[in-house]
Structures are given as C-alpha cells and as structure tokens.
Design a protein around this ligand. Structure first.
Ligand code: GRF
Length: 199
C-alpha cells in the first residue's frame, strides 16, 4: 500500500456514491479506501462496503442528543485510527461543526446535489424545479465551516426536462454524481485541484 493516499468515506444511507468511490480506487489510482463510517447502524452502505473488503465503523449520533461536539469527539476517533489522508462525505446527513471541519481543512470533500452556490441544504431538486431552472446538476467541493460552501472541485450539469419531477431529476443527477465524484477524487488524490467540469 505504500504511496497510496488513504480515503475515509462518511455515509448515512444507501451509499451508492460511496461504492462508486470504493470501486474506483483500484489499479494505478493514487488512493485506496481505508474506512467507511456511518452515523446510522442501519445504513445499507455499511454492508456493501464490508462485502467489498473495506473496514467499517458506526458512531450513532442519537445518544448525544444534539450535542454535536460530543458526537464529533467520537466520530473523529475511527477516522484518525484509520490514518485517513482524505475524508469524503458521501450522503452524510449530519451538519459538522467548524471545529471538526477545521481539523480536516484541505482534506475533506463533499458531494451536493445542486449547481452550487445555488440550493445549499435540502430539497435541491424541488427547488430547482420551482425556480424553473433550465439546468441542474451536482457539485463536489472542499468542505469548509459554512454548509455546502468551500472551493468547487467539480460540477456536472444536465438539462431539466419537461415533465421532470423531483424524483426523476434526482435519479438523473445521481447518475452524474456517480461519474463526477470518482473523477474529482482521482484528481484530488493526485494533488490536482483543477475543477472537473462535466456536461
Ligand atoms: C445523494 O443524492 C447525494 O446527493 C445526497 O444524498 C444522496 C446519497 O445517496 N447528498 P447515496 O447514499 O450515495 O446512495
């Protein structure tokens, strides 16, 4: 494994983005997955990661009852133990405090289902439709203390079609997420910060 960057991936759900990242890190890719970590023991992605031979861990946020700092004090442990050089958020549905984020500044990426800076936060597909946007898509960015902010590392654009619903749009955006995130991670792990622009 010498020479490979180590990547920890944080998930909350099905982990389809996580699996595209895991599957991309083979051959001459400069990185390898070292950990898949979830705040939710029921996240379907945990089983998929384990089947792919990746170490998994769970830190449930619920016992911390909204104390984000106490939750993060536990969340950070398996990440540090894994020796991760890069942390990828992939459908990780907890807001992280500036203290946690600053610890991984310049090492942490997130994928968000909108053309940032448009539509930070939730319900991005419905909001794009309500606004009558002709175009929608997804973004990968470095994580900073501001939610869904930080330097853009890539975007994939797609046309909004007549008759699109939030679900049809989400499905097409997710297909693009699965192309964009591995492409960005590959460059990032090779210390190339040139944005990946698709579509
Ligand atoms: C994706 O739609 C992503 O944009 C959003 O959460 C979803 C994660 O899906 N933030 P998956 O867990 O990667 O399948």
């Amino acid at each position: 494994m010498s020479g490979h960057k180590k990547v920890a991936i944080l998930i909350s759900g099905g982990g389809s983005n996580m699996m595209t990242l895991v599957n991309s890190m083979t051959g001459d890719h400069p990185a390898r997955p070292c950990l898949v970590l979830s705040n939710n023991a029921d996240a379907g992605g945990l089983k998929k990661a384990a089947e792919a031979g990746v170490a998994t861990a769970v830190v449930d946020h619920r016992p911390f009852k909204g104390d984000r700092q106490a939750f993060e004090a536990e969340l950070v442990k398996p990440i540090l133990d894994s020796g991760a050089d890069i942390v990828c958020l992939a459908g990780f549905m907890r807001v992280l405090t500036s203290g946690f984020v600053s610890r991984f500044q310049g090492q942490m990426l997130n994928i968000h289902p909108s053309l940032l800076p448009k539509y930070t936060g939730l319900h991005t597909h419905a909001r794009a439709l309500e606004a009558g946007d002709a175009e929608h898509g997804c973004s990968v960015h470095e994580v900073t203390a501001v939610l869904d902010d930080g330097p853009l590392l890539g975007q994939a654009r797609l046309p909004v079609l007549t008759g699109d619903t939030p679900d049809t749009l989400a499905a097409r955006v997710l297909e693009q997420e699965h192309i964009l995130y591995p492409a960005v991670l590959h460059r990032y792990a090779a210390d190339d910060r040139t944005p990946v622009l698709l579509g």
